[in-house]
Design a protein around this ligand. Structure first.
Ligand SMILES: C[S@@+](CC[C@H](N)C(=O)[O-])C[C@H]1O[C@@H](n2cnc3c(N)ncnc32)[C@H](O)[C@@H]1O
Length: 248
């Protein structure tokens, strides 16, 4: 099942951090020195806004959903916006010093075509860097107790860093490295319930409506029985994987 980001766009930012987030500082470091950079799947512009203020470069933000891009425009996220979906990158060869994304690789499918496209639009020596979710976070997520297909859905689309690294190397990237960042543990409480009620993860749009409603009802019941919180704890994790494009 595909996710309709035009429908999600107006609620997307409600339960997401504004400003900095996991791996943003490392991403800005990876992009330092770039004069022209491309963001793939820029969404409502949260990463765009941070990077356009952190890195002194011309930034092109590509996004397939008009609804998501409209939210970005409304908050003046920065960047020059272009409509488009990876792995198609409607730009000339060697036209960027850096190409990055955050939480988009899971929508692009098999990653070889994407990394080959990144290599094509990067000048030799350019950098590609992507923020994504490590499989350990999905496998250990406490929401697995409420939504039986949660892990299966996400483990099939969020690839481990080792697989991404192999695809990057095949596409001609070298010096591949990755780092995981973690937030402090958070209890699954009423505030977290509100995030699930707003379907803050696209995973909820990919499970059956019946599974979503049943899991939500059980989660709500546990929160109420616990006086506003449950015994479950989540430790959010993200991984930044980056590599350099070398001359053939
Ligand atoms: C989870 S959101 C992430 C948005 C933003 N990067 C962020 O971190 O908030 C995924 C975004 O990827 C976009 N997307 C989906 N398929 C894509 C594709 N094939 N190429 C580029 N972007 C895509 C969606 O429209 C959506 O805006």
């Amino acid at each position: 099942m595909t996710v309709n980001y035009d429908q999600i766009a107006v609620r997307y930012d409600a339960h997401r951090p504004s400003g900095s987030d996991l791996c943003f500082d490392r991403l800005a470091e990876a992009l330092a020195g770039a004069r022209r950079m491309l963001e793939i799947g820029a969404g409502t512009g949260n990463t765009t806004r941070f990077m356009s203020r952190s890195v002194d470069a011309l930034l092109v933000a590509m996004e397939p959903s008009a609804g998501m891009a409209a939210q970005a425009r409304a908050k003046s996220a920065g960047g020059e916006w272009v409509r488009g979906a990876a792995p198609g990158l409607p730009f000339g060869d060697a036209s960027f010093d850096a190409v990055y994304s955050s939480y988009v690789l899971q929508h692009v499918g098999e990653p070889s075509a994407l990394f080959e496209a990144c290599a094509r639009v990067l000048r030799p020596g350019g950098v590609t860097a992507h923020i994504t979710v490590p499989p350990s976070y999905i496998a250990n997520h406490p929401l697995n107790q409420y939504f039986p297909s949660f892990a299966a859905i996400d483990l099939s689309r969020f690839l481990p860093a080792e697989a991404l690294s192999a695809a990057m190397e095949e596409a001609g990237f070298r010096e591949v490295r990755w780092e995981v960042e973690r937030e402090k543990p958070k209890v699954l409480d009423r505030a977290y319930l509100a995030r699930v009620e707003s379907k803050f993860l696209s995973t909820f749009d990919m499970m059956s409506p019946d599974e979503y409603e049943t899991g939500l009802a059980r989660f709500r019941q546990d929160v109420e029985a616990g006086g506003g919180s449950t015994e479950h704890v989540v430790i959010r994790e993200a991984v930044l994987i980056q590599a350099r494009h070398t001359e053939a």
